[in-house]
Design a protein around this ligand. Structure first.
Ligand code: IMP
Ligand code: MG
Length: 187
């Protein structure tokens, strides 16, 4: 695998800004949900996992975590297809729980819109969306986002959970992919 510096065009959000904003979101969620009612952070694998593990450590009301996986992209594609498949469903009964969907990024909106539609049939006490990144200019379907980390321009980004062809999720910042350099040379 190539060194990410070969195709990094810029660091869009450095680590300290990410960490500061995640702490704010955690504090906001802690204020919004009563400690006596069941709260479930539902992370969409795999992109949301780094965000979730940082976010949950800034939430000081009792809560559970769960995971589900959906796929909307194939390796090598930089556009959402609009068709979303659930590849791993959650095991917890969400009836009566306040559910917060934790996502890495909302792009066209198709992924999260499908997940919201499915989960609402299971009658949670409330259902809201927390997304680290919002690429609003790309939206094709409306998605109600209650908590947004950062609104970003229409660029393909990676790091802090987000991948380029499944790699580079470990990077502590959000970087922009130079698509010419990524798809061009190298192997
Ligand atoms: P949507 O269905 O178009 O909203 O796509 C959402 C999913 O596409 C996210 O959960 C990401 O996995 C992926 N995605 C969208 N934009 C990017 C990006 O800039 N970098 C990495 N993954 C992305
Ligand atoms: Mg992805």
């Amino acid at each position: 695998m190539r060194d990410y510096r070969e195709f990094l065009s810029e660091i869009l959000i450095p680590e300290d800004q990410l960490q500061a904003r995640v702490a704010e979101l955690g504090a906001e969620i802690s204020r919004d949900f009563p400690a006596g009612e069941p709260l479930l952070l539902l992370c969409i694998l795999r992109g949301g996992v780094v965000f979730l593990t940082d976010l949950m450590r800034h939430i000081n009301v009792p809560h559970m975590i769960e995971f589900m996986a959906v796929s909307s992209y194939g390796v090598g594609h930089f556009q959402s297809t609009g068709s979303v498949r659930i590849t791993l469903d959650l095991k917890t009964d969400i009836q009566n729980a306040h559910v917060i969907l934790v996502e890495d990024i909302i792009d066209s909106g198709h992924t999260i819109a499908s997940v919201l539609e499915l989960l609402s049939t299971r009658k949670p006490r409330s259902l809201s969306v927390c997304s680290l990144l919002d690429k609003a200019s790309r939206r094709e379907v409306f998605v109600p986002i209650r908590y947004t980390g950062f609104s970003i321009p229409n660029k393909f980004v990676f790091g802090y959970g987000l991948d380029v062809d499944d790699y580079y999720r470990n990077l502590p910042f959000i970087g922009v992919v130079d698509l010419d350099r990524y798809t061009g040379g190298g192997d």
